[in-house]
Design a protein around this ligand. Structure first.
Ligand SMILES: Cc1cc2nc3c(=O)[nH]c(=O)nc-3n(C[C@H](O)[C@H](O)[C@H](O)COP(=O)(O)OP(=O)(O)OC[C@H]3O[C@@H](n4cnc5c(N)ncnc54)[C@H](O)[C@@H]3O)c2cc1C
Ligand code: FES
Length: 537
């Protein structure tokens, strides 16, 4: 498996390297080193930020994009890159929440996003393995028989090209399936690199290694103290780091897991596959599996299987640790596909909105020239592309039929109901459990090398990580977003916040927002003491 030193957040947000990072060149520029002005400043160099920047440039706007790490070091570098209008939250649910007319617009927007990517790949001549292919949704054994029929009817009503089949090609599972025509897939980082090149060739400015530390309606100020003044500001940081409360009460962060196994070229017909989700897990969003192929070399393809999701920091509920999820995934894969060695594993983060659809538009309770993109769910590549089209229309003053649907100010709590409350309450209970008064402090000596734990010292909580050389690394345990207590993720060797999904390295550096400030990090003193005494602090 490919791993990185996770102090290098510029590469990717975790220890494991995805197959995309391993098979593409990182796009890196010089950081911003002067004060500049532009029409639009965009924060975040993932699919959302780059799609917005590219579309605005096509509409004649001057754009500046700043990215904390490299291009694609966020979740776009850890995705699986299915491009679909077969959405991961069912069409019958969308019709219940949004009604039939709006659901048609939702389907149409995702189809338009795939078309947009296809056109751009061709127009810009981007070599990113884009291809059209069909996708198959099949019943998880724990799901009700009738759910496929319900989805077929609802998706057809929404204008999606889909039929029911008695079998499913390419997979050992004999289940019935729905065949969704004309979906897509690509190599996400090669696509981003192509957008960057097109942007730069036409005057767009990109600064990697540049963190937007202060963001308001006038522009941004970087961690190094340089400013970008702009007429419009777009925050595309996956979860908005400029929004303290409102948006983080409307979405919840999940972790999701991926393995990549070698399969002989041509042994499995190319397609996308998804099951309907494991209803036995008593989760409000039943974790589902998602599978595709990607070319590896002349002899083999990579079978990329994802799934085994859980709310960030909340693995206790079903007692399966983060690192054990890959084994489950492999077991599931081997029952259905003839694959050889597993050569990749990685995990990533998805933001689940309370009512299933992303948030794209004006930042609530902010000035009207500040925009956000978030709440992508498992369809962030099309959502990010929709953001490019929609935010460009909003900024250039064009009407867009999707504006209301994706408006971040919408609030559909009562219709969303069940899907959301449990996670919110779960996060709060977790927070309460961790209040110092109730907490059991753990002695440092009980921490095994390579592991982290929350420890209470003098009434204050710390996240303590013990490395392989027996040195302790301590971070303040209060998340810098809204002070929930972080938890150790042994799989990606990171500190994860169960409230809204912020993640930090073992040295306390932010890897995922909404937190935008690092945790306090204590090391020298701790290490000296640990080495000298090898006993509790
Ligand atoms: C395992 C996995 C599988 C998935 N599969 C699919 C799929 O098959 N199809 C699909 O459509 N979607 C899928 N998704 C979802 C999709 O990948 C994401 O929703 C999407 O990539 C998010 O893109 P983004 O641009 O919003 O965020 P990101 O790609 O995370 O980009 C945000 C960027 O902002 C930067 N940033 C953060 N804070 C700052 C700051 N203060 N200053 C400057 N820069 C900052 C980060 O470094 C990061 O690069 C999957 C996600 C995962 C994790
Ligand atoms: S992410 Fe909101 S408190 Fe940690």
């Amino acid at each position: 498996m490919k791993e990185q030193d996770n102090t290098k957040t510029s590469v990717t947000s975790g220890r494991h390297i995805s197959s995309w990072l391993a098979s593409s060149e990182p796009f890196v520029t010089a950081p911003l080193r002067e004060n500049i002005e532009t029409d639009v400043v965009i924060v975040g160099g993932g699919i959302a930020g780059l799609s917005v920047a590219y579309s605005l440039m096509q509409a004649g706007k001057k754009v500046v994009l700043v990215e904390d790490g490299n291009i694609g070091s966020g979740e776009t570098g850890r995705t699986t890159a299915h491009l679909v209008c077969a959405l991961d939250d069912r069409y019958y649910e969308l019709q219940r929440i949004f009604g039939e007319e709006q659901t048609k617009h939702i389907a149409e927007s995702h189809k338009a996003a795939i078309d947009f990517i296809e056109r751009t790949v061709s127009y810009e001549n981007i070599d990113c393995d884009f291809e059209r292919l069909d996708g198959y949704l099949f019943l998880h054994p724990t799901d009700k028989e009738e759910s496929l029929g319900k989805e077929l009817k609802a998706a057809q009503k929404a204008g999606v090209e889909v039929v029911e089949l008695p079998v499913m090609p390419g997979i050992k599972d004999p289940s019935r399936s729905l065949k969704f025509y004309n979906q897509g897939q690509f190599h996400p980082l090669k696509y981003l690199n192509g957008l960057c090149k097109a942007l730069q060739e036409r005057g767009g400015r990109i600064y990697t290694g540049t963190k937007a530390e202060k963001i308001d309606h006038k522009g941004i100020v970087t961690g190094d103290g340089f400013s970008v003044k702009a007429d419009f500001v777009v925050v595309a940081t996956n979860t908005p780091v400029n929004n303290k409360y409102v948006m983080h009460l409307k979405q919840y962060a999940y972790r999701t897991y991926v393995i990549g196994a070698k399969v002989k070229k041509g042994s499995i017909a190319k397609a996308l596959w998804w099951d309907t989700g494991d209803f036995s897990q008593n989760a409000d969003i039943p974790p589902y599996h998602y599978v595709r192929l990607q070319k590896l070399d002349n002899e083999y393809d990579l079978l990329i299987c994802g799934g085994e999701d859980h709310a960030v920091g909340l693995v206790e509920e079903n007692k399966i640790s983060e690192e054990d999820r890959y084994g489950l995934l492999e077991y599931w894969m081997r029952q259905r596909f003839d694959a050889e060695d597993v050569i990749y594993q990685w995990s990533g983060q998805v933001m689940e909105p309370m009512d299933s659809i992303g948030y794209i538009g004006r930042n609530p309770k902010d000035e009207p020239n500040v925009f956000i993109v978030t709440g992508d769910s498992g369809n962030g590549l099309t959502h990010g592309t929709i953001a490019g089209m929609l935010i460009t229309d909003l900024i250039t003053g064009k009407e867009n039929p999707w504006e209301k649907i994706y408006d971040p100010s919408r609030f559909k709590l009562f219709s969303a109901g069940k899907t959301y409350f449990k996670e919110l309450i779960g996060g709060m209970i977790n927070y309460l459990k961790q209040k110092p008064k109730d907490a059991k402090s753990v002695e440092l000596q009980s921490i095994k090398p390579g592991q982290g734990k929350i420890v209470e010292i003098d009434g204050k909580k710390f996240g303590v990580y013990r490395d392989d050389k027996d040195l302790f690394h301590m971070v303040g345990a209060e998340c810098t977003h809204l002070k929930c207590i972080i938890k150790w993720n042994n799989d990606e060797q990171s500190w994860d916040c169960p409230c809204h999904g912020s993640r930090f390295t073992k040295e306390g550096k932010v890897m995922n927002g909404p937190a935008n400030r690092d945790l306090a990090y204590y090391t020298d003193k701790t290490n000296e003491e640990a080495q000298a005494n090898n006993k509790n602090l």
